[in-house]
Design a protein around this ligand. Structure first.
Ligand SMILES: *[C@@H]1O[C@H](CO)[C@@H](O)[C@H](O)[C@H]1NC(C)=O
Ligand SMILES: *[C@@H]1O[C@H](CO)[C@@H](O)[C@H](O)[C@H]1NC(C)=O
Ligand SMILES: *[C@@H]1O[C@H](CO)[C@@H](O)[C@H](O)[C@H]1NC(C)=O
Ligand SMILES: *[C@@H]1O[C@H](CO)[C@@H](O)[C@H](O)[C@H]1NC(C)=O
Ligand SMILES: *[C@@H]1O[C@H](CO)[C@@H](O)[C@H](O)[C@H]1NC(C)=O
Ligand SMILES: *[C@@H]1O[C@H](CO)[C@@H](O)[C@H](O)[C@H]1NC(C)=O
Ligand SMILES: *[C@@H]1O[C@H](CO)[C@@H](O)[C@H](O)[C@H]1NC(C)=O
Ligand SMILES: *[C@@H]1O[C@H](CO)[C@@H](O)[C@H](O)[C@H]1NC(C)=O
Ligand SMILES: *[C@@H]1O[C@H](CO)[C@@H](O)[C@H](O)[C@H]1NC(C)=O
Length: 593
């Protein structure tokens, strides 16, 4: 079809001299049409882990994305649950800035997203205003329902076909809603296959429009199946959680595969913060169920894998592979039996926050992987950058480089932190649950710090419990170096990275003090908020004895006044000055030193 248009153009231009020059003109127009404007196709799965090996069982993802693109092996979700994480992806803001901190009202969900005005002021709206055709199918947000889908319609889209609650997670009885049409039930059809068909139809529409486009395809796999008899807004609604449901053609697969028996798999010794530490060891009956649950996740991902294959076949036949970036990720990760947890997310363990990110497209190194530390906060600026749209000043992240040279430069800049945050409940998915079923006070601030020389996790909980894991020696996060019994144990190291552990804690706590309320530049370069002259930009720099007094004596500590289920600033202790300058005794620290 593009070829036809080019012939017409060429004819109109009267460019009918020799066959060779015709061809040259056409080639040059084709080249311009295909390279001056890039498109994005974003495949966003739901609850797909990077730690439990799900990507090892997706042959088409391996073929089209891993072998032909770059695998960002250190990519993180900053709030490990669907709606807050998706709100971060679509606003470019950390959760403490967009304040969508839960899946459901009053702290989160689509109604709150709309009520806060985000629906008029977020990535789809901004990109559509920049002239990009915006298309979306699948799950957008939680509590986007058959009753509220039109009040308001999600802003900023050219073509849509959304999955709606209470049928979003019902693999065999989904309901979709397109444009301003009424919702349509797909009872008996397999959800991911419907999403694939709709994604391909939107791709056709985007291609026909001749406009630069951004298509998101967001299947629910491998999320668990949920049967609900009303949305969470309906009085007396009930939920039934089961393992994800595979397409009939995939139900026989992976019968021998089990949840990885990693160092933190249902351990004999408890680990983690107190509510995790109190969990009983999981018995064999439940482990067997969780292995089946794991198999069901892999089976459910097969339809996504086929979707990816279908997508690449179409991009190839449309000759769009030259000017289209395909980005593959998941809203958050997942744990199964790790640390004696059942199946679920919502914690800050690596299983929950570490997620896949693979990018393929023009100039992206093929069959490549990188250890560059990136987060979901960086996705919005990355989309803008790839589409050549100026970045929004409010973004809390920065564009992820996609070229070899960009990756090399970024690695030299040593961006090493991930700012993780969470408010509210944790729960288990599947037929087994915790006692009580919703764990309260799962509210915390955490940091991941990753470089060639160190790999650390640090957190402060609303109970004011602290965790520190040295993930080089303890990748399973089994030994909290700040847990009293560990501290007293003769095997607990009193030194880490060549200095007393408390020196590291002082630095990490000061950094967390900045990131827990950061905005824009202070989220991207939090050390600069502490060291405005740029003396320090990594943990390694900060560990200089020059700064012992600064960190160990002068800085305020991250401390909670109480636990809340949402972002109530008043419960979260002292706050870093919003303008990014640290004060002590009323004086900015840099005039004070
Ligand atoms: C990808 O790279 C690995 C080595 O890193 C190599 O073994 C493999 O053959 C490559 N695959 C492709 C498709 O080029
Ligand atoms: C976040 O939203 C909640 C309501 O969900 C509100 O009570 C709280 O004040 C908000 N926090 C901030 C910092 O705006
Ligand atoms: C499927 O969903 C429709 C509503 O979209 C509902 O009327 C129907 O009862 C559901 N079917 C089953 C088997 O739950
Ligand atoms: C919800 O359940 C309560 C208690 O059983 C009952 O009084 C109420 O009428 C129910 N509401 C609806 C809408 O069914
Ligand atoms: C859902 O089912 C429960 C139990 O059968 C019933 O009490 C409740 O009224 C139902 N809720 C809705 C919204 O249909
Ligand atoms: C295993 O644990 C589950 C969930 O706590 C419980 O329902 C079941 O009875 C236990 N089975 C055995 C054999 O102890
Ligand atoms: C576009 O892709 C074709 C193969 O489909 C290739 O021959 C051509 O060199 C590519 N053009 C550019 C500009 O990358
Ligand atoms: C920080 O850097 C500035 C400018 O290079 C220098 O003047 C100052 O002494 C440094 N401060 C410390 C504490 O190292
Ligand atoms: C949760 O935190 C609140 C406020 O800090 C406290 O009152 C409550 O007892 C805690 N609940 C649990 C289960 O620890």
């Amino acid at each position: 079809m593009l070829t036809l248009l080019l012939w017409l153009l060429a004819a109109l231009m009267g460019a009918r001299t020799t066959a060779t020059s015709d061809q040259e003109i056409l080639n040059s127009i084709a080249h311009q049409a295909k390279t001056s404007k890039y498109n994005i196709v974003f495949v966003l799965t739901d609850d797909q882990d990077a730690e439990l090996g799900s990507l090892d069982h997706m042959p088409f993802v391996a073929k089209h994305l891993l072998a032909r693109g770059t695998n960002y092996k250190r990519h993180y979700a900053t709030t490990a649950v669907c709606c807050p994480s998706r709100a971060t992806i679509w606003t470019g803001l950390t959760a403490h800035r967009h304040n969508i901190t839960d899946v459901n009202p009053p702290w989160g969900g689509y109604p709150k997203f709309a009520a806060l005005g985000h629906n008029e002021n977020y990535v789809p709206v901004w990109l559509q205003e920049a002239g990009i055709g915006m298309y979306y199918t699948g799950k957008l947000f939680n509590v986007h329902t058959v009753s509220n889908y039109d009040s308001p319609y999600p802003g900023g889209f050219t073509g849509t076909d959304f999955l709606l609650d209470p049928y979003t997670y019902n693999y065999m009885n989904s309901t979709f809603q397109s444009g301003t049409d009424k919702p349509v039930s797909y009872e008996g059809h397999y959800s991911t296959d419907v999403v694939a068909e709709k994604g391909f139809a939107l791709l056709d529409q985007a291609v026909e429009s001749q406009q630069q486009f951004f298509l998101t395809i967001a299947p629910i796999a491998p999320h668990c199946n949920i049967y609900m008899n009303g949305s969470v807004l309906a009085e007396n609604h009930t939920f039934e959680f089961t393992a994800p449901i595979a397409a009939e053609r995939h139900k026989h697969l992976f019968s021998d595969v089990k949840t990885p028996r990693s160092e933190n798999f249902n351990p004999d010794e408890p680990s983690g913060v107190s509510w995790v530490r109190q969990l009983p060891k999981i018995n064999d009956t439940v482990i067997e169920y969780l292995d089946d649950f794991y198999q069901a996740r892999l089976q459910a991902l097969q339809a996504v894998d086929e979707l990816v294959d279908g997508l690449f076949q179409r991009l190839e036949s449309y000759e769009l592979l030259n000017n289209t970036y395909v980005i593959y990720s998941s809203d958050n990760g997942y744990h199964i039996a790790n640390h004696r947890l059942l199946a679920g997310k919502s914690t800050s363990f690596e299983e929950d926050i570490h997620v896949p990110l693979i990018i393929r497209g023009p100039g992206v190194p093929e069959n490549h992987s990188t250890n560059l530390v990136t987060t979901h906060t960086d996705l919005a600026p990355t989309f803008f950058n790839l589409l050549d749209v100026p970045l929004r000043p409010e973004f809390d992240g920065k564009p992820i480089p996609v070229t070899q040279s960009g990756l090399e430069t970024a690695l030299r800049e040593k961006h090493e932190h991930v700012n993780v945050e969470y408010w509210g409940f944790a729960g288990a998915e599947g037929i087994y649950s915790y006692e009580p079923s919703l764990i309260e006070n799962n509210t915390f601030k955490a940091l991941r710090i990753i470089s060639e020389d160190y790999d650390l996790y640090y957190s402060v909980w609303c109970s004011n419990e602290h965790e520190l894991y040295d993930m080089r020696t303890d990748p399973g996060q089994m030994h909290n170096l700040l847990f009293e019994e560990e501290v007293l144990s003769p095997t607990n190291p009193s030194f880490l990275l060549g200095v007393p552990v408390q020196k590291i804690v002082a630095r990490l706590d000061a950094l967390l003090f900045v990131t827990k309320s950061c905005a824009k530049e202070s989220c991207v370069r939090p050390w600069s908020s502490l060291h405005p002259y740029g003396n320090v930009s990594t943990l390694e720099d900060a560990l200089s004895p020059l700064y012992d007094h600064f960190y160990e004596v002068e800085q305020r500590r991250v401390v909670f006044d109480r636990c809340e289920n949402g972002y109530i600033i008043d419960a979260e202790g002292p706050q870093f000055e919003r303008d990014g300058i640290m004060y002590r005794d009323g004086l900015p620290w840099d005039t004070w030193v």
